[in-house]
Write a protein that binds this ligand. Structure first.
Ligand SMILES: [Zn+2]
Length: 261
């Protein structure tokens, strides 16, 4: 009788900790999502206090136009902020927050390329990658103390917390997403941008430009993890026929974003 009870507990535990990502991959996540959301909100509030925010109307209009078209496919109320920062970076946090650096806006040629990056970042959030890596790297108890620590990003534990969220660069720490997470975010992003009516083929050009720019010294979330830009670009190309169809359907349904850089 006692053994049955233990088995039941184990089963319940496994059920609550196992989830499936939008691409159908099984993952281990045991942090409560509302806790991840509050960590994201806290980290974003800190960033807004510490980093200069762009007041440039044209830049802000461009970024919001692209972000809104994509988040429309996802639902929810997303806050979008353009940070004055010359590094090639963008991020999305649990709690529906998006940050885009001015350096990235300078790099992209058009709305489609920015959509590729924003779609990728939202892909990390939809697939609960922050939750997964916190669950992998830390015990449940440690996870709970991280929630408080994110409010004090100057402390060592606070730095771990923000870097696990994927925004540690401004505190001198960065914990890049794994190859697996990057590939998954690419595929989710490609589908999202296409469903919003953007041209998925431009994602290839975008990552080629990023690869070129990474010869320099600027750090970026997407550059630090990638042993092979070729693999990433091959994977995107392989998925282009499917996502191009999605774009055609979206455009036939009247989704024709026109965001001017
Ligand atoms: Zn990424």
């Amino acid at each position: 009788m006692k053994l049955n009870w233990i088995l039941l507990c184990v089963l319940i535990h496994l059920l609550t900790a196992c989830a499936t990502t939008p691409t159908g991959r099984s993952q281990l996540v045991f942090m409560p999502d509302d806790k991840l959301n509050s960590m994201g909100l806290q980290a974003f509030a800190d960033l807004k206090k510490e980093k200069p925010i762009s007041q440039d109307v044209k830049e802000n209009t461009f970024v919001r136009c692209v972000a809104n078209a994509i988040t429309h496919e996802v639902g929810g109320n997303w806050e979008v902020i353009v940070f004055e920062d010359k590094t090639l970076n963008a991020f999305a946090l649990p709690g529906s927050k998006i940050g885009v650096h001015t350096g990235l806006i300078d790099l992209v040629d058009n709305q489609h390329q920015l959509a590729a990056v924003i779609g990728h970042e939202i892909g990390h959030v939809l697939a609960r990658h922050s939750n997964e890596r916190m669950s992998q790297k830390l015990g449940a108890q440690m996870g709970i103390s991280l929630i408080a620590a994110v409010a004090a990003p100057q402390t060592p534990l606070g730095q771990t917390a923000v870097s696990l969220l994927g925004v540690g660069a401004q505190y001198g720490v960065i914990m890049p997403f794994s190859r697996l997470h990057e590939s998954e975010a690419d595929l989710i992003g490609l589908e999202l941008m296409a469903k919003a009516g953007f041209n998925p083929a431009e994602s290839v050009t975008l990552w080629q430009k990023m690869a070129q720019a990474s010869q320099g010294e600027q750090p970026a979330e997407f550059l630090s993890t990638h042993p092979s830009h070729e693999t990433r670009i091959d994977d995107l190309r392989e998925n282009l026929p499917k996502s191009t169809k999605l774009m055609q359907q979206a455009q036939a349904a009247g989704k024709k974003p026109n965001c001017i850089k």
